[in-house]
Design a protein around this ligand. Structure first.
Ligand code: IMP
Length: 177
């Protein structure tokens, strides 16, 4: 493959940051049990790597939401394509998201999940684009802050490609819109 994206955040840097996040989360929730929710598809690799570093009892849930379908700009429309299997009432819940861009997806999910009455609800995002935010979503645990560039790899796709890359990269020499 000669069109590999340029490395923006290396595998080593990701691993290092995940260890920090795991230490913070394990400390904040010591003595408790948590329900972790991975937002599919993009967070599956981040989620799998991070939860294995968290040192407290947990259950794992998955929720699927519709994505941009190959486009690089948010439509603001969010559709749940796969729902949780367990109720959240009274649980300490952490949502794991790959990237928060406009924040519209996360805003929708927070409202949706809060209505299920968890004891607490926090957000962990691998990547946040603060300059692109259109909502005032509060992110409790952030991996890395980015500019407005469109990134791929480590679970993130462009038109369903590049998810398997072990690093976070930027596509060069390609028109994305
Ligand atoms: P938001 O609703 O605009 O915050 O978008 C969130 C979703 O858009 C993420 O879960 C990703 O699926 C997708 N997304 C946003 N920015 C990027 C990017 O730079 N690369 C890949 N996917 C992205």
């Amino acid at each position: 493959m000669n069109d590999l994206p340029r490395v923006l955040i290396s595998e080593a840097k990701i691993n290092q940051r995940l260890q920090d996040l795991a230490t913070e989360i394990s400390f904040d929730y010591r003595g408790k049990e948590i329900t972790t929710i991975a937002i599919l598809k993009g967070s599956f690799i981040f989620f799998a790597d991070l939860i294995r570093l968290i040192d407290i009892p947990m259950s794992c849930e998955f929720i699927g939401v519709s994505s941009y379908s190959g486009k690089t700009a948010s439509s603001g429309e969010v559709k749940v394509t796969l729902d949780l299997t367990e109720p959240l009432q009274g649980k300490h819940v952490i949502i794991f998201e790959d990237i928060i861009d406009t924040g519209l997806t996360m805003q929708y999910l927070i409202n949706n999940l809060r209505s299920r009455k968890p004891a607490s609800l926090k957000i962990c995002a691998l990547l946040v684009k603060p300059d692109a935010l259109k909502t005032d979503v509060h992110v409790d645990y952030t991996g890395f802050r980015l500019g407005k560039e469109f990134v791929v790899g480590y679970g993130l796709d462009y038109g369903e490609r590049y998810r398997q890359l072990p690093y976070i990269g930027v596509i060069e020499n390609e028109k994305k819109n």
